[in-house]
Design a protein around this ligand. Structure first.
Ligand code: 1HE
Length: 264
């Protein structure tokens, strides 16, 4: 295990092939300041270099209270734009990088915290998790990619409802809306997220790359272009020695079968 400075704003450790990244500013409910987003960017870059999957969680009773509002007061317009673009750049390296990320959610998943969770590939939420987009009340707008990612995840109409009315959703309700992938009892989000990350880490590297990078792009394409890219990715992934060995392993009855959930 490779533990880093527990005092830092973002903790990092490599557990086997899974990078565990912790937002570590619990006294401010893990609000994302400029320094936090930079530290997160560095942690994600390190994870991409040395891990096969990553988990992002919040240290303390809340995942993340969003943008550090204190830092946002009196920010010059050009700085605010640059700040939002920095979030985009870093969240993009999570969403469309080289390895899958799972977020473990508890307590507040608010504003930029929800935007961060939406940039991960799987969201595991404890019962205590609650979701809100109070940007309207704060007089601002989402700036961490939410208008694209959250709107695609739960639908623009539902996102608009949350932003216009300040609606706060519990984890179970957000699961019904499609914003939570797995709902778990209190205290179990990090464990479940680690378990899922370990499973995803066991996939072929190029398959994960295609899932992360081709799948969302296909959604932005015409059907014909999407089908063409799918054929290319499909052929490309199967041509690797890794895929050849995995295919052979199944044919030679050395690989696990797919089992129905009741059958495990
Ligand atoms: C903060 C922040 C923050 C807490 N920026 N300092 N996000 C919001 O509008 C959410 C604002 N936060 C809250 O509604 C509540 O803090 C919570 C529901 C998350 C947690 O409540 P609670 O009672 O546990 O904590 P608290 O007493 O409100 O906060 C503890 C401290 O954290 C306190 O500071 P202190 O110095 O008085 O101890 C709070 O001021 C501080 N704190 N949240 C700065 N967000 C890229 S664009 C994204 C746009 C957005 O994210 S908008 C949504 C912003």
């Amino acid at each position: 295990m490779d533990a880093t400075d527990a005092e830092s704003l973002v903790t990092y450790e490599l557990r086997d092939v899974v990078a565990v990244i912790g937002l570590n500013r619990p006294q401010k409910r893990n609000a994302i300041s400029d320094r936090v987003v930079e530290a997160l960017g560095a942690a994600v870059a390190r994870a991409t270099d040395e891990a096969r999957a990553g988990v992002i969680h919040g240290i303390g009773p809340h995942f993340c209270a969003g943008l550090d509002l204190g830092e946002h007061v009196d920010k010059p317009l050009i700085e605010a734009i640059a700040g939002s673009r920095r979030w985009h750049r870093i969240f993009d390296t999570i969403e469309r990088g080289r390895i899958p990320f799972v977020s473990a959610l508890n307590g507040a998943v608010v504003g930029g915290g929800f935007e961060l969770a939406a940039s991960t590939h799987l969201r595991v939420a404890e019962e205590s998790a609650f979701f809100a987009l109070p940007e309207g009340q704060r007089g601002i707008f989402v700036g961490g990619g939410g208008s694209v990612r959250i709107a695609r995840l739960i639908g623009a109409a539902r996102m608009g409802d949350m932003m216009l009315t300040g609606r706060v959703l519990r984890a179970a309700e957000m699961e019904r809306w499609g914003g939570v992938s797995y709902l778990v009892p209190e205290g179990e989000a990090l464990g479940k997220a680690m378990e899922l990350a370990a499973v995803a880490a066991g996939n072929a590297e190029l398959s994960n790359y295609a899932i992360i990078n081709a799948l969302p792009r296909v959604q932005d394409m015409s059907s014909q272009d999407g089908l063409f890219l799918e054929s290319l990715m499909s052929a490309l992934t199967s041509a690797t020695p890794d895929a050849q060995e995995r295919l052979r392993a199944f044919v030679e009855k050395r690989a696990a079968k797919v089992k129905a959930p009741d059958d495990v």
